[in-house]
Structure formats: structure tokens, C-alpha cells
Design a binder for this molecule. Structure first.
Ligand code: SF4
Ligand code: SF4
Length: 628
């Protein structure tokens, strides 16, 4: 293969294939989504069949892959950090039961956060679950650690968490391929599932025994980590073997700290920790003993720091030396180290980063908030919802591109996957207690509905809740790269799959008002919303579900391409900005002097949806203008 440039997630995918992993399951979520796509791309070169699956949710993904491990196969499951919450139940339990074939759980954290609800640290969840963690700092190290994770998992018969972060997942690194793509690193030949009810179906009495076993395994793993090549000291102590200042760092933060020290020309000892749990405590204590002060750089939380019993000389997130929220950017790391170096008497010159930051600030680039794509059908659905129910209604929302419905003032809440449905029911029951009769219109995407919306909907029907649920069905998991859903006719690797029927599933939950409609048809869609509201208020009514059916414009532009509606803005436009703010299509552009808007023909996809967005009728089809 020679030299290649690998994305962090591709490196992990390559690591899975090179390690002889036979099953990889995942639910898409930024920053983890490219891991399974890479495995799908690479698996055609694998010596043996590799089963891949975009699962309905992370719990399903975890348990499916775990069954493969219990059958003796190497298996892995990939998700983002909030996905690990969804899979937390089997994650904790699997640590007790253990595994047979190497089992690697990949949970990608999102310091910042860039595209998540929380900045949570998967390493802390692993600590709570007693699952060992490997924390790569570069794409190539992630590739290497993937293989090491399988070996560790097999030797100690525990699941192992591989925990990359956004900057690693989406960074590229050149990779020199060695002797071949598939060195013989695969584990022992699988023997199939062997019955052992005291382990695989352990009752509470046996669970205690398994817990004791797990604690012993962790002690042995910690012992091994004390001498692991994944933990090493870079930089130098002084002549007497001590230093005024030292750094302990893991993951991407290791390189961030190292770069800042290089920029300052400071040669300090840096202990790189690749195994943050269980922490090699003797190694860490010895390092701290040799430094007058130590700063811990890790993301996104204080997993290493919390495992250091004596923190008298330790600074980090816990005492606020490192900010307790937000990404540890190069600028932040440089500022923290500059202060610490200054206090320790090192000269601190201005860094290239500081000069660059000043230059960027000078440019005064205006901020632009994220917006739905031109032609996105979610915009049309939200526009209709807002026109029908106005600002008074309560709008529970969910996780996906359509969370941007908040810009259109038709989305009030966004808690977690499936939260729109449960919260809509909760608002209904709370409203009954309070005498609050405001309409409730919840929105959820098709993938999110199939991930976590079904049980909440059945629960809402069962408890007699009344609200409108609009399922924004764009036929794909759009936000993470258009992966298939359970309703798709193809599976993860493009082979034919049995599509689930969303309307039938909704009916099976007990919903009696189920309609499908195209949100591009503004007037009928608004009429349908009114009809749904009447159903929620009727004596014999209940929750009403509308499936807003129109493919994602990126995933399948065919309907627009087949029926383009070029538009233009007439000379009467007075620049009132209503269309800009209420419809927010990126192709509608206000002139710098604010006098009027124009259509940006480079961005416009000719969906024609903005014709309804000017209530004065100044956005018109081009054809109409030509004929006038
Ligand atoms: S097109 Fe209509 S809504 Fe948009 S700025 Fe002009 S007058 Fe206002
Ligand atoms: S036709 Fe209107 S709504 Fe559609 S992309 Fe163009 S400007 Fe946006």
C-alpha cells in the first residue's frame, strides 16, 4: 500500500480489519461515524467475512457485537460518547460477565462540544463500569491501539474501551504501511458460543463472584500498564533527576501540550499516559515525586487527575488551572503553560499561535450560525408548523439536522435521542395539572424515531397523552453522512435489507391518526396540521402523527432536479428581512445596504419553497415574471 494519508476514524477502521475483527456494529454519531464506513470499504480485502451493521441504536449495536465476542469472534462496536449512555446498561454488565473473543468498544468524545449535547468523558463512564481504557493521541497510534485493545481484551477476558476524541477522529496523518494489510494478529480460532449460565446468565449471587473476578483482573491490568510502552516520559528532568514543572497528558492533549512547550523552547518532562484507566499509579506517583509542580492536560474531564490520591503538587481541571469546560485548544494550552512557566522562572516569548490569533481577530470575520441546507424539507415543515401554531405552542424537538428548527422558532427543547416524544407527553400531563392548554407539536427525524422514539410513543398512547408528533422523514440519517436507517431498503454494506415501515410501526404503537404528507406542499400540510390538532382535542382523540415525507436534498436530489422551480425577487422587495429571518434559506441574501434581498444562484437549488416565505408575494417563480 505504501504511504497513505489516514483520517483518524479510517485508521481505527483499518486497525479493526488488520486485527481480524469479524463483526463491527455502530450507530452513526459525530465524531465516530466514519469508523464503520471505513470498515465497510476495507472489508472486501479482509481474508475472512466481516459482518457490519448500522444498528437501530447503540444498545442494539453493543449487544449484537457482544454476542459475537461470546461466540469467540473478535468484535467491535463504535459510537459517540452520548451513544455510550444509551449502551450503558450492557456496558456495565459486560464488564462483569467478561468476553471470549476480543471485544473493543469505541466511544468517541467531543470536547468543545462541536456536535453533541454534552462534553462528557467516556473514560469516566468506563471507570464507573470498571472497563480498561486506551487513549490514543494520533491516528496512527489509534490504529496500533486497536490491535493492542483486542489482545488485552482476550488475555484478560474483559471489554476494552478505545477512546479517541474529535480532533483525532477527523485529523489526517500519513501512514507508512508495513509488510502487509493483514498481519497475523487475529486471536485464537473461534469455537462458537459455549454455554456457561453461571457467567452469561449469572444471578445476583454469581454477579458478586464476577465482580470480585473483575477487580482482580483490573489489578493485573494496572500492573501491566505500569511497564506498558503506551505510557512513557518525553522531555528531560534536570541534572539532579528532578524538575520544577512537569506535565502529565493523554490523548490529543499530549500533543497540544508538547507543541506549546516546543514553541516556548522549554524542555520539560512530559508523562504521556495512553492507559488512563486503570491508571498506572506507581508510575504516576514516581513522576509527581520528581516534580515540584505537575499540570495534567486531558480531555474532556479529569479522569487521570481523579485517580491521583495525593494532589498536593498537581494542577489541572479540578483546581481550575485547566478550564473545567471547553476544548483544550492550542491557544488555551499555551496560555496555561505560559503562566506556569513564568511562575517557575522560565522566559516565555510570544508564540506563533498568539500572533496568528491577533491577525485573525483583526480580520473581524462576522459570525454565521449553522443553517439548514438550501432546499431542506425540514425548513418547509417548520415553516408550516410555525405558521399554523405561532409562538404560543410548545415545540419539543430532538437530535438531528432538524435541531436547527430552533432558528425557525419551531423547536423549544432538545434533550436527547427520542426526548421529543417523551417530553411532549410530559408537557401534556404537566399542562393538565396546570390548566395549560397550549398546543404541543413535537418533531423527530426518521432515524431518531427508529432509534429511541417508538417506546416513548407507545408509552404516550398508553398514558392518554395528546400532542402532534411530526416525523421528519428524509429517508436517511442525514446529519452524520446519510447512513441507512431501519426503514432503508439497503443495509450498511449496500446489500438489500428488509425495510421497516414507519407508518405501520406508528400504528402498532396504538396511534389512530397517522398521515403522510409532503412538507413542500405548504397549504395542504398546514391543513393537515390543523386536522391533527382537532384530533388531539376530540373526545375520542389521542396523539396524532404526521409523517413529513421528502428525501434529504443531499441524499436524494432527484425530486428537485426533476421539477426545478427557479425563483427571483421582484423589484418591489423592501428589505423587510422577514424571509431572511423566518425562512432562513442560505440562498436568500440581504444586500449589504439592507435595501432588498437577492437569490444567490450559486447556492439556490431551485426548490421554489421560498415563494411562500414572502408574505407580500415578492418572491416569484422566474417563469411567472417572464410571462407577466
Ligand atoms: S422578499 Fe419579501 S419578505 Fe423578503 S425581504 Fe423582500 S419584501 Fe421582505
Ligand atoms: S428556491 Fe428559494 S428556498 Fe429554494 S434554495 Fe432557492 S432561495 Fe432557497
Amino acid at each position: 500500500m505504501g504511504k497513505q494519508l489516514l483520517l483518524g476514524n479510517e485508521a481505527i477502521g483499518l486497525g479493526l480489519i488488520r486485527s481480524g475483527c469479524r463483526m463491527v456494529t455502530a450507530y452513526p454519531g459525530t465524531p465516530s461515524s466514519e469508523i464503520l464506513s471505513s470498515v465497510i470499504r476495507l472489508k472486501t480485502h479482509a481474508p475472512e467475512v466481516v459482518y457490519t451493521e448500522w444498528s437501530a441504536n447503540e444498545k442494539v449495536a453493543f449487544e449484537t457485537a457482544l454476542a459475537a465476542s461470546w461466540s469467540g469472534l473478535r468484535a467491535a462496536t463504535a459510537m459517540k460518547q452520548v451513544g455510550l449512555n444509551v449502551a450503558a446498561d450492557p456496558f456495565f454488565s459486560a464488564a462483569y460477565t467478561g468476553v471470549v473473543g476480543g471485544f473493543v468498544v469505541i466511544s468517541c468524545d467531543d470536547p468543545g462540544p462541536h456536535s453533541s449535547q454534552t462534553e462528557q468523558d467516556s473514560r469516566l463512564l468506563a471507570h464507573a463500569a470498571k472497563v480498561p481504557v486506551l487513549d490514543p493521541s494520533t491516528p496512527v497510534e489509534a490504529l496500533q491501539m486497536t490491535g493492542l485493545a483486542f489482545e488485552l481484551s482476550e488475555r484478560f477476558q474483559v471489554p476494552v474501551l478505545l477512546r479517541p476524541t474529535t480532533r483525532l477522529c477527523h485529523a489526517r496523518q500519513s501512514f507508512e504501511s508495513d509488510s502487509g494489510l493483514f498481519p497475523a494478529t487475529a486471536g485464537p480460532p473461534p469455537k462458537g458460543f459455549r454455554k456457561d449460565p453461571q457467567r452469561w446468565a449469572a444471578t445476583p449471587a454469581f454477579r458478586l463472584k464476577l465482580h470480585v473476578e473483575l477487580i482482580q483482573k483490573l489489578k493485573a491490568i494496572e500492573q501491566e500498564f505500569e511497564a506498558s510502552i503506551l505510557n512513557r516520559i518525553q522531555g528531560s528532568f534536570g541534572e539532579n533527576g528532578t524538575a520544577q514543572l512537569g506535565v502529565i497528558a493523554s490523548g490529543v492533549a499530549f500533543h497540544t501540550a508538547l507543541q506549546a512547550l516546543r514553541d516556548f523552547g522549554a524542555d520539560l518532562p512530559v508523562l504521556k499516559i495512553g492507559t488512563p484507566y486503570p491508571l498506572p499509579r506507581r508510575l504516576v506517583a514516581d513522576f509527581i515525586r520528581r516534580c515540584e509542580r505537575v499540570i495534567v492536560f486531558e480531555e474532556p474531564d479529569a479522569t487521570i487527575e481523579l485517580q491521583i490520591p495525593d494532589r498536593t503538587r498537581v494542577r489541572g481541571r479540578l483546581d481550575g488551572t485547566v478550564p473545567q469546560a471547553g476544548e483544550l485548544t492550542p491557544e488555551r494550552a499555551a496560555a496555561i503553560l505560559a503562566e506556569a512557566l513564568g511562575e517557575a522562572g522560565f522566559p516565555v516569548p510570544a508564540t506563533a499561535d498568539e500572533l496568528l490569533t491577533a491577525l485573525v481577530e483583526e480580520l473581524a470575520i462576522p459570525p454565521r450560525r449553522p443553517r439548514l441546507c438550501p432546499g431542506c424539507s425540514h425548513r418547509s415543515a417548520y415553516f408550516a408548523i410555525k405558521r399554523t401554531f405561532g409562538p404560543r405552542a410548545i415545540y419539543p424537538g430532538d437530535i438531528g439536522c432538524y435541531t436547527l428548527g430552533t432558528n425557525l422558532r419551531a423547536l423549544d427543547t432538545c434533550l436527547d435521542m427520542g426526548g421529543a416524544v417523551t417530553m411532549a407527553a410530559g408537557f401534556y400531563h404537566a399542562g393538565r395539572l396546570l390548566g395549560d392548554e397550549r398546543p404541543i407539536v413535537a418533531t423527530i427525524g426518521d432515524s431518531t424515531f427508529l432509534h429511541a422514539g417508538l417506546v416513548p410513543l407507545a408509552n404516550a398512547v398508553h398514558t392518554g397523552a395528546r400532542f402532534i408528533l411530526v416525523i421528519l422523514d428524509n429517508h436517511t440519517t442525514a446529519m452524520t453522512g446519510t447512513q441507512p436507517t431501519l426503514a432503508s431498503e439497503v443495509g450498511a454494506d449496500g446489500a438489500a435489507a428488509e425495510p421497516a415501515s414507519i407508518p405501520e410501526l406508528v400504528k402498532a404503537c396504538g396511534v389512530r391518526f397517522v398521515r403522510m404528507a409532503d412538507p413542500y406542499d405548504q397549504d395542504p400540510f398546514q391543513e393537515l396540521l390543523k386536522e391533527a390538532q382537532s384530533f388531539t382535542l376530540a373526545a375520542e382523540g389521542g396523539p396524532a402523527v404526521i409523517i413529513a415525507d421528502r428525501p434529504c436534498v443531499i441524499f436524494d436530489p432527484t425530486p428537485i432536479v426533476a421539477h426545478p422551480i427557479p425563483v427571483t425577487v421582484t423589484e418591489e422587495c423592501d428589505g423587510c428581512r422577514y424571509c431572511v429571518e423566518a425562512f432562513e434559506c442560505p440562498a436568500i441574501v440581504l444586500r449589504p445596504d439592507g435595501s432588498r434581498v437577492d437569490i444567490d444562484l450559486k447556492t439556490c437549488v431551485e426548490c421554489g419553497q421560498c415563494i411562500d416565505a414572502c408574505y407580500k408575494g415578492f418572491i416569484v417563480p422566474q417563469l411567472e415574471l417572464q410571462h407577466a
